[in-house]
Design a protein around this ligand. Structure first.
Ligand SMILES: Cc1ncc(COP(=O)(O)O)c(C=O)c1O
Length: 366
């Protein structure tokens, strides 16, 4: 067997191509390219999917987090998040003129450790940004409890967790605001950059709606200094078509994760843990693997693509050196980044491909 990619966007595209081009053709005929009815309909449908009153489409996940933080007044305030994430989570804190305050992750689940948040309190922190990493939700019960006791707001980074659940509630529906990325490879992916915020507060949704388009609702009347963070209609059309399949695709990812778990269970790798009160949607199936870099090379030789999410925790990234952190400050994040390896994962992955990957991992450790 040769060449197993990390994900298979081509298969999905082939299946949906007719529907997408039909919708795109209508939008192009109407020269309706930015915001408009298609975006409004997507917002309505995605808010309903998440169990929220409002959704506001924006141009990326990064801009969603930026606007959520700005709308909640992060400017000049401490914002608690984790260094074990894609850089955008913390970049957005700086875009909103907040101060980054990192807490390490729970070594079992790779999401922010509520005990580590508690160690930072009381402080002038105003907002917590938990990241639902790899498709598994952070411990939102304890996070919301800490937030309520300390009068903090919560912005969920749901970029990797479309459709994930915690105690029966969907990602994005528990904190004050949920932020999504629809980068093409996400569980719900557009055909370009796109993102969204979801919330229940009307004033917050309206403020974010204005901020995404130069602080304006009525053309050329500006109530705030805003941004050009609009969602375009062609992306909204793709997202509306794909949203109907999201639960089915997530279920396939979960089935594939169960096959991996079984095939890898007697090996010296650590497979992802799923808490009993959560539904993990396996945006990534990331294992902790001793001699990770050698294993990655061996799998590459066998035609198997893998990825490292992420090779360096944020506190050790050169771009954040101005914060003055050093090696050892967040040991769990450092340990995970030194051993994590994401294996191919998508709804289209086949059982025999998973068996082949597991065999090659077995050979490596034999
Ligand atoms: C956890 C996390 N947060 C934020 C983002 C940013 O999303 P975007 O690339 O759409 O700006 C990503 C994207 O990969 C992500 O994985």
């Amino acid at each position: 067997m040769k060449n197993i990619p990390m994900t298979n966007l081509a298969a999905q595209y082939k299946y949906l191509k007719k529907d997408i081009f039909k919708r795109w053709s209508k939008l192009c005929d109407a020269t309706s390219f930015i915001l408009g009815e298609e975006v409004a309909k997507f917002e309505e449908e995605f808010a309903a999917y998440c169990g929220r009153k409002y959704a506001v489409g924006v141009c990326s996940g990064t801009s969603a987090i930026h606007l959520a933080l700005e709308a909640l007044g992060a400017r000049g305030k401490k914002v608690i998040s984790t260094p074990m994430t894609f850089i955008a989570t913390s970049e957005a804190i700086l875009h909103a003129r907040g101060q980054i305050c990192w807490a390490d992750v729970d070594s079992r689940y790779y999401t922010i450790d509520p005990d580590k948040i508690n160690e930072l309190l009381p402080s002038e922190a105003e907002i917590i940004v938990p990241v639902h990493l790899y498709g598994m939700m952070a411990d939102m019960g304890r996070i919301m409890d800490i937030a309520t006791r300390n009068n903090l707001k919560v912005v969920e980074d749901c970029a990797q967790a479309h459709g994930a659940e915690y105690n029966g509630k969907k990602a994005g529906s528990i904190g004050d605001i949920g932020c999504f990325s629809f980068y093409p490879g996400k569980n719900l992916g557009a055909y370009g950059d796109a993102g969204c915020i979801v919330c229940d507060d009307k004033a917050t949704a309206e403020l974010i709606k204005r901020l995404r388009t130069h602080g304006s609702l009525d053309k050329y009347y500006h109530t705030e200094i805003g941004y050009n963070y609009r969602l375009d209609a062609l992306q909204a059309a793709v997202l509306r078509i794909k949203l109907k399949y999201l639960d089915e695709w997530n279920e396939k990812r979960r089935e594939n994760a169960a096959l991996y778990n079984e095939a890898l269970k007697d090996l010296p790798v650590k497979t992802p843990k799923e808490k009993s009160n959560t539904v993990h949607v396996y945006h990534q199936y990331s294992i902790l693997a001793p001699q990770r870099d050698n294993l990655k090379e061996k799998l590459k030789e066998a035609g198997i693509s893998t990825a490292i999410h992420y090779p360096i925790p944020l506190h050790l990234q050169p771009s954040f050196s101005f914060l003055g952190h050093k090696k050892g400050d967040f040991p769990e994040s450092e340990r995970i980044t030194s051993e994590c390896l994401s294996l191919p994962m998508c709804p289209e992955l086949k059982k025999n491909q998973i068996e082949y990957i597991a065999d090659k991992i077995k050979e490596f450790y034999a």
